[in-house]
Design a protein around this ligand. Structure first.
Ligand code: SF4
Length: 249
């Protein structure tokens, strides 16, 4: 049993590791190495990375670090350490080894980002990590998974993200923003929910909103301005640059 636990904490099942530009968060546009972990226990209606639910290969943490160091090798080491490194998924916190990997990356001087569904406890994560925590809106189909206790652990390094597809999502997000005074704690992102391409859609995802309910980017942006919300509008930058269903970008 002890040997089994050791394997769980010293290895990770990894879907892909690649260098690209950070496409979301307040750090969008910076070079970033993505470590996409395999597995997620949610099935959000808008999930664009369903391929990470099961596809992956077990690597030791040291193999993951070697791959990151090799992708980062062409960047200089003066000024802020670039590229940054983001752990994403799937759901990174499903694997116990993720916490150790993030700590090791912080020790190496990287800016480390964690994208998490908000369904898991964020408190064991190294405080140097910038945690980007989703609050799942109604049209995700996973609203019941929000772990509200996480809000108490947020600091001004962290970010909260609402993925918004409909008016109902927007009104729910605005109410949560005000009830928990989220923008006084950290950056809050209102991210427009990109429709999935046919290739991205898999039958295990929760049903999404109908076409007539979906808001355009412009509707979301204009409503945010009209309501004077202290939040950051976001579109997924990588989907503006590359095809929406291209992997590894
Ligand atoms: S939390 Fe939702 S969007 Fe993120 S990987 Fe899981 S199913 Fe996809």
């Amino acid at each position: 049993m002890e040997e089994h636990n050791q394997v769980q904490t010293s290895t990770l099942v990894v879907n892909e590791i690649y260098l690209s530009l950070q496409g979301e968060s307040s750090l969008a546009g910076w070079p970033c190495i993505f470590v996409r972990l395999t597995g997620c226990n949610l099935r959000c209606s808008y999930c664009d990375s369903a391929y990470s639910f099961t596809e992956g290969r077990r690597l030791t943490i040291s193999e993951v670090l070697d791959r990151i160091q090799s992708l980062a090798a062409s960047y200089g080491i003066s000024g802020p350490r670039l590229p940054m490194v983001e752990l994403t998924g799937g759901e990174p916190l499903l694997q116990p080894g993720t916490v150790a990997l993030m700590r090791a990356l912080c020790e190496l001087g990287y800016t480390v980002l964690l994208e998490t569904s908000g369904a898991w406890d964020i408190s064991p994560v190294d405080p140097r990590v910038r945690r980007i925590v989703d609050l799942k809106c109604p049209s995700s189909g996973e609203q019941d998974r929000n772990r509200w206790d996480n809000l108490a652990f947020l600091t001004d390094r962290d970010e909260v993200k609402f993925v918004i597809a409909t008016r109902t999502d927007y009104e729910w997000a605005r109410e949560v923003l005000q009830r928990y005074r989220l923008s006084e704690r950290c950056t809050v992102l209102f991210s427009w929910a990109s429709p999935l391409t046919a290739a991205q859609h898999v039958s295990s995802l929760r049903p999404g909103p109908g076409q007539s309910e979906r808001w355009s980017q412009r509707e979301l942006a204009e409503r945010m301005v009209a309501d004077a919300l202290p939040v950051r509008f976001q579109v997924q930058m990588h989907k503006v640059i590359w095809p929406a269903d291209q992997r590894g970008v």
